[in-house]
Design a binder for this molecule. Structure first.
Ligand SMILES: [Zn+2]
Ligand SMILES: [Zn+2]
Length: 273
């Protein structure tokens, strides 16, 4: 029986969703002539009158309502149960139609799912393309960084070589400087020794000079004495009182008449230069 229940939109011979598992499928015809599942039309009337308790009470006794198809006032009390005759071909067609309907719904659901997957695939492709571009950029940047790294390593090696060369030259210069310093210290020591020797010689020379000056002063004084004695002899100097045949007076005695010889032989005063 390929007739639809207008309330649940399912076939009258099929079990509606509102029906419990232990209940049988019952069809009924209202007084207007329209066919429904009994459980569907009962829920329909209940739903229409559920807005107040007294309406439910009235419905419990009267069980009156409006047909959902033709809007006529009908009563469930006057509804007749309908027993459809067996129609295997019709039932098979109903089942096929139901299966076709399910397959169609599944097909629609799969189409929707396919469309969603297609959109996801499109988004994934876009993301993949962006990632490929980003990967290429990263690869290029990595290449540049590797090149810079190699250059820096070369510069570092050059710097190490230069540092080693500077250290070697510094060491050699330091060793050379140490040798020169040692030589200079040795020369300084020698010069200090020579200086001490020179100072000793200078002291000796000073002493000699002083001695010579002393001798010179003595000679000068003796010359003066001699000149004075000669001058006195030339002028006819008187004989000194005393015994005859006495030795000739020395120049000192002559000049220093009455003063004694001790003073003449004494150290003469130094003549300042
Ligand atoms: Zn129904
Ligand atoms: Zn009706």
């Amino acid at each position: 029986m390929a007739t639809l229940c207008s309330i649940c939109q399912d076939y009258l011979t099929e079990r509606p969703q509102a029906l419990r598992a232990e209940e049988d499928v019952i069809m009924c015809a209202l007084t207007c002539g329209h066919l429904f599942h009994r459980v569907c039309v009962s829920q329909w009337f209940n739903r229409a009158l559920r807005w107040s308790w007294w309406a439910n009470l009235i419905f419990y006794f009267i069980r009156d309502g409006i047909c959902p198809c033709c809007k006529k006032n009908v009563s469930l009390n006057n509804a007749l149960r309908v027993y459809p005759t067996g129609d295997e071909e019709g039932d098979r067609m109903v089942r096929q139609d139901r299966d076709l309907k399910k397959v169609t719904e599944e097909n629609l659901r799969l189409h929707a799912q396919q469309e969603e997957l297609r959109q996801q695939l499109q988004r994934a492709r876009s993301t993949l393309e962006e990632e490929v571009v980003a990967h290429d950029i990263l690869k290029m940047e990595y290449g540049q960084a590797a090149s810079r790294c190699e250059t820096m390593q070369n510069e570092l090696q050059d710097g190490k070589d230069m540092k080693l060369a500077i250290e070697n030259s510094y060491k050699s210069a330091l060793e050379k400087s140490e040798g020169e310093k040692t030589d200079a210290l040795q020369r300084l020591t020698e010069m200090e020794t020579q200086h001490d020797d020179t100072l000793g010689q200078v002291q000796q020379l000073k002493k000699m000079v002083e001695k010579l000056q002393l001798q010179d002063a003595r000679r000068r004084q003796e010359n003066q004495y001699l000149q004075a004695s000669l001058f006195s002899k030339d002028a006819g100097m008187e004989k000194l009182p005393g015994k005859q045949g006495a030795s000739k007076p020395t120049a000192g005695r002559l000049l220093m008449n009455g003063r004694g010889l001790s003073e003449i032989d004494a150290e003469p005063e130094l003549v300042a230069f």
